[in-house]
Ligand binder design. Structure first.
Ligand code: SF4
Length: 291
């Protein structure tokens, strides 16, 4: 008899984010996407870093690895290369992903490693009381920028597209059903998938609320004119300075690293025979001493 799983099969301990935190919707979308793709919890690994987003591994009923600040992608890459049969999902916040971990993002995209990267982007460092983060918009006041942020923010979509991303999407915690579709698409994609999620922090950002974002986000999936396979159209979308979009921005066939590495084992490293071939060792030694 086939067992039908629900999101509860992908749930672990009760989430303790602040009431109204956007990360609840991200967690539920991840769980729902796993159900939609008929994944088994023991075949999924979630890797997270430091910050409010980092708690996600504790709340997913899958394997999890809570690593250092900004280091989700190197750890997730190692897991995927050790066992390419696993579904590996990396989760991070905007400080984690676009601050200390930004360098890893560019190289993960370049390698097109078969990972799904879900970034909970709330534009502040929520875990340390709301300071300016790499995606805080210029002029926004935070505890570390009481007169307004001075620098222009990182634009994750523009940066990832320029680096060569093969699956690029932006979702919103305000629309979990749509977000679930984007996450499921990213997991199904063979290659690196970045899903940036507008995930409000109601505790430390009283301006960019769900209602504030609802008035500003344009859903390009509902736009009949948008073709996600067209790189020029994708570039036009991410280049618009004053418009934020949600939807699948760009999708091209992936070139996953594990398919391109010469001699890379198709089976998990744990299943490989690691004992040396003693006859071969003897032959090498015989040649060595015969010289
Ligand atoms: Fe969420 Fe902000 Fe609370 Fe962190 S501080 S749990 S990001 S609402």
């Amino acid at each position: 008899m086939t067992t039908v799983l629900t999101h509860k099969d992908f749930a672990a301990e009760r989430a303790t984010w602040c009431p109204g935190c956007g990360d609840f919707a991200v967690l539920r979308s991840l769980q729902e996407a796993c159900v939609q793709l008929d994944l088994a919890p023991h075949r999924v690994v979630v890797v997270s870093g430091i910050g409010c987003s980092g708690k996600l591994t504790s709340y997913m009923g899958t394997y999890g690895f809570h690593t250092h600040h900004g280091r989700t992608l190197p750890v997730a890459t190692g897991i995927k290369l050790a066992n390419r049969a696993l579904t590996v999902i990396a989760a991070a916040g905007d400080g984690d992903a676009y601050g200390i971990g930004l360098n890893h993002l560019i190289h993960a995209i370049r390698r097109d490693i078969d990972l799904t990267y879900v970034v909970m982007d709330n534009g502040v460092y929520g875990n340390t009381k709301g300071q300016t983060s790499p995606t805080t918009a210029a002029g926004v006041r935070t505890p570390s920028s009481p007169l307004g942020a001075v620098d222009e923010p990182v634009h994750p979509l523009r940066l990832a597209l320029a680096a060569g991303a093969t699956y690029l999407a932006q979702g919103s915690s305000g629309d979990p059903a749509h977000l679930t579709r984007l996450v499921a698409g990213g997991i199904a994609h063979r290659g690196f998938a970045l899903i940036n999620v507008i995930s409000p922090c109601p505790t430390y950002d009283r301006v960019r609320t769900y209602a504030w974002w609802r008035e500003r986000l344009r859903n390009i999936d509902a736009d009949a004119g948008h073709n996600a396979a067209d790189p020029r159209r994708a570039w036009e979308i991410v280049s618009q300075r004053d418009t934020e979009v949600v939807g699948l921005v760009y999708h091209a066939p992936g070139r996953p690293l594990d398919e391109r590495l010469p001699g890379f084992a198709a089976s998990p490293l744990a299943d490989e025979t690691l004992a040396p071939d003693l006859d071969r060792v003897r032959r090498i030694l015989d040649q060595e001493y015969a010289l």
